[in-house]
Design a protein around this ligand. Sequence first.
Ligand SMILES: Nc1nc2c(c(=O)[nH]1)N[C@H]1C(S)=C(S)[C@@H](COP(=O)(O)OP(=O)(O)OC[C@H]3O[C@@H](n4cnc5c(=O)[nH]c(N)nc54)[C@H](O)[C@@H]3O)O[C@H]1N2
Ligand SMILES: Nc1nc2c(c(=O)[nH]1)N[C@H]1C(S)=C(S)[C@@H](COP(=O)(O)OP(=O)(O)OC[C@H]3O[C@@H](n4cnc5c(=O)[nH]c(N)nc54)[C@H](O)[C@@H]3O)O[C@H]1N2
Ligand SMILES: [Mo]
Length: 744
Amino acid sequence: MIKYIIDTSMYFEEYVKNYTNASFIVGDGYDFKDGIFSGYNEEKRSYDRAKWAFKTVPAVDAAGQPILDPVTKLPTTKTATDPTLQDPRCVFQLMKKHYSRYDLDTVSRTTGTPVEQLKQVYDMYASTGRKDKAGTMMYAMGITQHTVGSENVRVMAMVQLLLGNIGIAGGGVNALRGESNVQGSTDFGLLYHNTAGYMETPTATLGDSTWDGFMGRITPKTGFFSNKNRFYVALQKAFYGKNATAENQWGLDYLPKLTAGKDYSHMKVFEAMAAGTIEGAFVWGANPVVGGPNAKQEKSALANLKWLVIADLWEHETSVFWSKEAGSNPADIQTEVFFLPACGSFEKEGSISNSGRWMQYRWEAIKPKGESKADLEMLHNLALKLKDLYKTSSNPNDAAINALTWDFGGEGHPDIDKVAREINGYDLTTGKLLNGFGVMTTPDAVLGNFSSGNWIYSGFYTEKDGNKSKKRDNVDKGIGNFLNWSFAWPANRRILYNRASCDLQGNPYNPNKVVIKWGGGKDAVTGAPIWGGNDVPDFAPTKAPDVADGSGKKPFIMTPSLVGNLYAPMNEGPFPEHYEPWESPAKNNFSSVQLNPAVKFPAKGFDQKGEADTFPIVATTYRVSEHWQTGAMTRNQEWLSELVPHMFIEISEELAKEKGISHKEEVIVSSARGEIKAFAMVTKRLRPYTVNGKKVHEIGMPWQFGFKGYAKGASANTLTPHIGDANTTIPEYKAFLCDVRRAK
Ligand SMILES: Nc1nc2c(c(=O)[nH]1)N[C@H]1C(S)=C(S)[C@@H](COP(=O)(O)OP(=O)(O)OC[C@H]3O[C@@H](n4cnc5c(=O)[nH]c(N)nc54)[C@H](O)[C@@H]3O)O[C@H]1N2
Ligand SMILES: Nc1nc2c(c(=O)[nH]1)N[C@H]1C(S)=C(S)[C@@H](COP(=O)(O)OP(=O)(O)OC[C@H]3O[C@@H](n4cnc5c(=O)[nH]c(N)nc54)[C@H](O)[C@@H]3O)O[C@H]1N2
Ligand SMILES: [Mo]
């Protein structure tokens, strides 16, 4: 699609020239040959990304005099650009060259989609690259659960930038978040490489032993994240209160540290359990014996734990992994398992955040049943117990627990309102709630005078308006923005980078769908024009389009360059490139490199790999409406169990005929990891397709069955591989090799 958009000149030229890094000149270190970018280390399967840096030139002022660094007094540099986009080393030309190899015919031979259909889709989508049109992209697991998952998402962002579809009404790249609070949990630092508010976890081996060293490493010099130090200190103040001071490096020693290059994702944690490096685990609202890749091996890894705590609504497959019904021999397993009964979402209060980043409060509808408790209550009492246990300890390992402030009340249910206020943050000199994160970024703001449990949410809870996530004002403020319904981070704006909806002078590209404009608001004191409109500006409201340094024309405030990245260093390169899945029946048509070269291989014991001669059929996994995830939530309900009661596979009429399989017949599906039994659903939904002139069959199956509950069935994850994306390590659940045969 990128090639099509460039070849047909359907891109939004003004937007591409001014609001992306298309004009940036790439330095001499960048190169690309036969599927590999420059800087590759084959042994480590990783790249030296410094090789892909932009070319720099001396920075000069209007009079041609060198601009000196205010601290070092040395001449500074800036990125070289070619605003005409003609230089062969500019991003636009390199991108054009890179994707010139992706012609319709090769893409069609690779994907099995006929050329005519590709053209039709490309043409229709590319037609949104006009001022009066918008195109949105929504994605979920079909895009991410691949060894090239992050590259897939990057391609979407590139297409949207080429078409000027970011920052406008009806545009964007929208991740459809899965479980009800996937957005909220990532915002709050659930992923190992981030803490709350998308700030990096310290890494011991990168020298993060002093606060200034750590901040120096992670803080960009330009863009809004140049304030990271201020937000991070406020987070430390929320965690450790008086125990985080400038003298003790803001409590840096209390934080756990990563080891560079080490992966702490789901798969690697299970590999570490198997290797015996992890002694105990909490499985809190998850069911990996059904949901994890290569699930049989993950189940065996649990048996290496000394202890395991499960917090869940139901006794599910993971909580009884040691049992005979799980296929284990209990006598061989020494793991001590604790079960904490959790109550469901209707039995507790708190907030969840949706895909649009709206934080929405929910109230308790009924009291928790039996001994079950809210997760927050369980965590609160655990924290109090730990603090009590370690209070007299002088072991440095316990210092973090002793230093932690935990001011949410005594044993029992914590004061949830205090939790909400801590997230918002306080001005510690007055004890008043912050009105937003802006106050922390002013030149006279004093480090350590503010706390905020999550800077991106700061402003959701103010002295004046209370907890805005409870707002339910159903009034359209224009273009379908319900600005008083809940609170969207950051600062209640609904469309990120909305300065990009306007031209260089600040006039909306589409006057019928005004998001914001220059002069759309008035300064409350002086009456001078400021940015305003139907959304909260994602831009300094008083910054005029024509300010001298040019920053009034650069909408992408979170990137150091202030423009959108068509060229960006990912783990496998600055331009997405096609590679085949780990298991594939086809050879890569674009290079001699079959698999994403930055993907890490599974550890021993998890590394069973199938080849196309033994396993010629492509398999994929997905959800059915009637079941929720691993099925703990739905296979314990009679009515949903009755609707979809059995594990089944979907198989094409052609493949069924080849294999002599009839509708509803029992079949065995095998992969390099194991075998499962299922019923065949012969359907027109799946059809063989032609890849490189050869017929390829694909089968599909839900992954939501297990051995507990009313509706029991084999787990698809017995079959799936333990390998994932090179940036996120999300498993490759969507494409692997298998074979199918009749059970009888
Ligand atoms: N009823 C119900 N709803 C749910 C869930 C549930 O379990 N049950 N789970 C929730 C969760 S946590 C999540 S993450 C979401 C997931 O939502 P989805 O991502 O929509 O879920 P999947 O069913 O896994 O489907 C993936 C789709 O990707 C397509 N696909 C597979 N491979 C590719 C590919 O290479 N390219 C493209 N373009 N498409 C491909 C498949 O055809 C399939 O339709 O659903 C959420 N909603
Ligand atoms: N093959 C294959 N495998 C997949 C996928 C796929 O597409 N294909 N999709 C993947 C995706 S996107 C996801 S998100 C994962 C999901 O994998 P898991 O998170 O392991 O699966 P869930 O069934 O969502 O587990 C949620 C558990 O939380 C419990 N629960 C519900 N409410 C609460 C609560 O308030 N408190 C507590 N403590 N527990 C609660 C439920 O009973 C359930 O047991 O699976 C992944 N696995
Ligand atoms: Mo998910």
